[in-house]
Design a binder for this molecule. Structure first.
Ligand SMILES: [Fe+2]
Length: 124
């Protein structure tokens, strides 16, 4: 069983967002995909939890209270924001800041960030 808005990952690294729930689990490379459950509590020195700041025209989502590394071997791959009606994603790249702007006006927003080494992190 897969739920709506689940982020699934296959062994090969393919990630899929489900747009609805269903009584099955999608497969990739011949195996059922794994639902990524976001971490919400930072531990250790590296910080991942998305921080949402209201800015002019929308929100800015940054990764970690201390900026997450953005090196080729360890970086944030994407950041997303969800306000209950709109889902937005932005890819981020090594060498750039681990942040993304989203033109969203609502205040009840959930953000996610995906680290290539430490998986999925949620703002709540
Ligand atoms: Fe990380």
């Amino acid at each position: 069983m897969v739920k709506e808005n689940a982020i699934l990952k296959g062994d090969c690294g393919l990630m899929v967002l489900t747009l609805n729930s269903a009584d099955c689990m999608p497969t990739c490379c011949g195996k059922e995909m794994e639902e990524l459950i976001p971490h919400v509590v930072d531990t250790g020195n590296e910080k991942h939890k998305p921080v949402i700041t209201k800015v002019d025209g929308g929100i800015l989502v940054t990764c970690g209270e201390v900026a997450h590394p953005m090196e080729e071997a360890h970086h944030i791959e994407w950041i997303s924001a969800h306000d209950g009606e709109i889902d937005m994603w932005r890819a981020v790249y090594p060498g750039k800041k681990p942040e993304a702007f989203f033109p969203m006006e609502k205040t009840d927003i959930t953000a996610y960030a995906y680290c290539n080494l430490h998986s999925l992190w949620g703002s709540k």
